[in-house]
Design a protein around this ligand. Structure first.
Ligand code: KG4
Ligand code: ZN
Length: 342
């Protein structure tokens, strides 16, 4: 089975062809970072227009890299939410139109579910597994019981973790996107210099809060006297963020043990999963609990078409398809019913 996946929910226009044998035949990503950089974050209207300009080229390249024609794919999967509505409309409409024109089944994909399953593109991970979903738009910890069954243990009360990386980088003057920039700075700075709060890090609590941590960075930034001070502050934030995620993974593993959910693997996915410092902290927690730690390859952490195609494979192989009048849905919780679905 070969599925074409199309992604356009934020600032990456992406398409990929993936098989049910875990072969990624192509994975084309056009990143809009250059378009948004000067504004210090994603501008929804610019994103939607850029998706519209690039989507046909990206999809064509995904098919030609995979060396197949549209007729040879078994179904077409498209992100239908959650995300920035302009971009979601572009990708979902493109995917539905292709499906209609080529007379192929259409699969409406939830972007966060695709992140949640992305580790399975390369690893045959058994359900249930524990998942930290850490992206620019979301921060949740849940048990993935099955391809379509998610038990949420905790969620952010304010900002997502990716957003906090981006905002901290912006307020310290290091630019966008914050995650990879701060990760790089960490290696050339003193992460012990500033002592920052660990919000909501109390036993048994799996929720997140990052707004207070960001404010603490803002307040501490007023004491910075040099560029190196600012770098040390960014590094201290990076370390604290990793410690918070490690704490939350530990608490979630304890909750799973109490609820007798047999967890053999703990996974981080989403853009922030690309962060090697966070991965190192989580690896240590998993060792203590004798649980296998897994994360998708970096190219499948940040937004990509392969994870949409793979989520399509999970759906299609369970006999599900979506109607062509499926609504692009800006708010669509993990495992939930799309709010605007007819
Ligand atoms: O999953 P993603 O590509 O888009 C959403 O679905 O939101 O995540 C983007 C987020 C951004 O906030 C970006 O700063 C963060 O992922 N990110 C990272 C790293 N690479 C991307 N955060 C920390 N470390 C990284 N290396
Ligand atoms: Zn994403």
């Amino acid at each position: 089975m070969k599925i074409l996946g199309i992604e356009s929910s934020c600032d990456e226009t992406a398409a990929a062809v993936v098989t049910d044998e875990r072969e990624v035949l192509s994975n084309v990503i056009y990143s809009q970072i250059a378009e948004h950089k000067k504004f210090g974050g994603v501008v929804p209207e610019i994103a939607a227009r850029a998706h519209l300009e690039k989507i046909d080229v990206v999809v064509k390249k995904a098919l030609s890299d995979a060396d197949i024609s549209l007729n040879e794919v078994d179904a077409i999967a498209g992100t239908c939410g959650p995300g920035l509505i302009g971009g979601v409309i572009v990708g979902a409409t493109f995917a539905k139109t292709l499906a209609f024109a080529a007379n192929k089944p259409f699969l409406a994909i939830n972007h966060i579910e695709a992140h949640a399953l992305s580790v399975r593109i390369t690893e045959n991970v058994d359900f249930p597994y524990l998942l930290i979903l850490a992206s620019g738009g979301h921060c949740q910890i849940c048990v993935v019981h099955d391809w379509n069954k998610f038990q949420i243990l905790g969620t952010t009360k304010d900002d997502s973790i990716g957003e906090s990386f981006d905002k901290v980088s912006k307020l310290l003057g290091f630019g966008y996107p914050g995650g990879p920039i701060i990760e790089k700075i960490y290696h050339e700075s003193d992460s012990e210099k500033f002592s920052l709060p660990h919000p909501l890090c109390v036993q048994g609590n799996c929720d997140f809060s990052f707004a207070g941590l960001k404010t603490a960075v803002l307040n501490a930034s007023k004491t910075c006297e040099s560029e190196q001070d600012k770098k040390d502050l960014a590094a201290s934030f990076q370390k604290t963020a990793a410690e918070v995620l490690a704490f939350k993974m530990k608490e979630a593993l304890k909750v799973c043990a109490q609820q007798k959910i047999e967890i053999r693997s703990a996974v981080i996915a989403g853009g922030v999963a690309a962060n090697m410092i966070i991965r190192k902290y989580l690896t240590e927690v998993c060792k203590k609990f004798s649980v296998e730690f897994l994360a998708p390859p970096i190219k499948f952490c940040t937004d990509n078409g392969a994870m949409i195609a793979w989520a399509g494979i999970e759906k299609f192989s369970h006999g599900e398809i979506s109607p062509l009048d499926f609504f692009p849905t800006p708010r669509w919780p993990l495992g939930g019913i799309p709010i605007s679905k007819k």
